[in-house]
Design a protein around this ligand. Structure first.
Ligand code: ADP
Ligand code: MG
Length: 477
């Protein structure tokens, strides 16, 4: 299979966050569970109704385009994409064909072809044991962004990474929740293989990919299937295929329609858009928040964080804001910054994970004040508490809140750092363990561990082990 060159292009849809739908006043509420509640004659496709463009949706797409460094259209229009299906009773979907809002751009090194705006369809349901189809129009007419990449992606990992980065971008921009499992972001992968580097093979489009993992699995499966088919002398049909998560296989759904089949033409019920004349659409660069890749760069350069920590912080804005608030007075103290990053990404993360399966969102549940977390880190860095003690204190803070020094006091976790006190204790231990002490004096380094262990036992874990070791060295010089 290795002699085949894989080519992948993605088409990604995202439901945009707006108050109302794309062309009417019905609520755009992805959380609504009751069917057919957010509907009106426009999104139900009653004859004679007229659509009105949702400005917020247009703005979202233009801001995405700005973040991708694409070209924002000066002129744009909507088109009718004609086809028959029960979930689209108008007989057409309002989409964009010739004049997308955004052309070109780049994300994660992948060239973007275009980003345009369209309306979502109704959702159809089938219930076990019944042959009829049920339709929920809450989704019909929700604003949907479609991003199309050039056929430049080379493998499944690059495809999944691209989709992940787009999800992050949409969240940073507040354009979409982009949860794949909720269908808020839907990825379709166009896949082909060819032996000739100058000629693409016939592509197959794979739909129903509901997770990043499915995107990668479907691509790997399909690349292998196509190569094996070609090796057997078969031809690849240009078709749409589905993906079965249980078997990990793709399966034929229908032969691909071409754009002629849709008989696109400009939507006569909507005005043409002269985007350069709309004040809200100008200077969008100035409205950009810090973007994921900018944040990644800043976190690794400014804080010198490990890649894993950077990745976690870039995914979770609540957690990274927390981190930045904790370290803000310690920016020149590399040790403090890395200590804090470690405690947040490992200890705090596992506490969060234990109460929420969605780590990414779970940090909203943190009730610890950054100031208290900072105090705990200062105590830990100074050796006032052991790392074991710090973890215990953190667990209490996570559950009940409170200030770390008080918790440490109450739980007896303050490490004894009073040298005189430690000396008295160490002398006692030496007396009780004369043989071991002599061994250490004679050069047996391991014996020190034993003596420190005795001190920890005697102090019920409250001695500062580093300091105790120093005291023993001093006494047994
Ligand atoms: P269609 O008209 O069939 O929708 P497009 O040219 O619009 O085809 O491309 C749709 C998607 O398929 C794009 O993401 C594009 O990059 C990708 N694509 C086009 N040709 C190929 C190919 N030969 N192999 C893989 N992907 C392709
Ligand atoms: Mg297409």
């Amino acid at each position: 299979m290795s002699e085949y060159i894989p080519t992948i292009g993605l088409e990604i849809h995202a439901e945009l966050k707006t108050k109302t739908k794309m062309f009417c006043n019905s609520a755009n509420d992805a959380e609504e569970k009751r069917p057919n509640v957010n509907i009106c004659p426009v999104c139900m496709a009653h004859p004679g109704t007229l659509p009105v463009i949702n400005k917020q949706a247009v703005l979202h797409v233009l801001r995405v385009g700005t973040a991708l460094s694409g070209t924002l259209a000066d002129f744009s229009e909507f088109d009718r994409k004609n086809y028959f299906y029960p979930d689209i009773p108008k007989g057409f979907q309002i989409s964009q064909y010739k004049y997308p809002l955004v052309s070109g751009g780049k994300l994660n090194g992948v060239d973007i072809t275009r980003v345009h705006l369209e309306e979502d369809t109704a959702k159809s349901f089938h219930f076990n044991g019944r042959s009829d189809t049920f339709l929920d129009f809450n989704r019909a007419g929700m604003p949907l962004m479609e991003l199309v990449t050039e056929p430049v992606i080379k493998d499944s990992k690059q495809a999944a990474d691209f989709a992940k980065e787009l999800q992050l971008l949409l969240r940073y921009l507040g354009a979409s929740e982009a949860n794949m499992d909720k269908g808020q972001m839907r990825v379709e992968a166009n896949i082909s293989v060819s032996k000739d580097p100058n000629k693409f093979g016939t592509k197959v489009e794979v739909k129903n990919l509901n997770s990043f993992k499915s995107v990668a699995r479907a691509i790997d499966y399909e690349l292998k299937r196509q190569a094996e088919a070609l090796d057997k002398g078969e031809v690849i049909l240009q078709e749409t295929r589905g993906f079965d998560e249980n078997t990990g296989k793709t399966f034929a759904q229908r032969l691909k329609e071409t754009s002629q089949d849709y008989r696109y033409f400009p939507e006569p019920d909507l005005p043409k858009l002269k985007l350069s004349e709309v004040p809200e659409f100008q200077n969008l660069k100035a409205t950009m928040p810090e973007l994921p890749w900018e944040k990644r760069k800043r976190l690794s350069e400014k804080f010198g964080l490990r890649e894993e920590a950077v990745d976690l912080f870039v995914i979770d804005l609540v957690m990274s804001d927390f981190f930045e608030a904790v370290v803000k007075e310690h920016l020149n103290d590399k040790e403090f910054v890395s200590l804090t990053s470690n405690y947040i990404t490992s200890d705090l993360a596992s506490l969060v994970k234990a109460v929420s399966d969605e780590v990414e969102l779970g940090y909203e549940k943190i009730s610890i004040k950054p100031h208290d977390f900072e105090a705990l880190m200062v105590m830990t860095q100074k050796g006032d508490v052991s790392s074991r003690g710090a973890k215990d204190i953190l667990a209490v803070m996570f559950k009940e809140g409170g200030e770390p020094d008080i918790i440490a006091e109450v739980k007896g976790l303050i490490q004894k750092s009073n040298e005189d006190e430690l000396k008295v204790m160490a002398s006692e231990i030496i007396k009780e363990n004369e043989k071991v002490a002599a061994e250490f004096k004679a050069g047996k380094e391991a014996s020190l561990q034993f003596l420190v262990g005795q001190a920890m036992k005697k102090s019920k874990g409250s001695a500062n082990p580093k300091l105790v070791a120093e005291v023993f060295r001093e006494l047994l010089k």
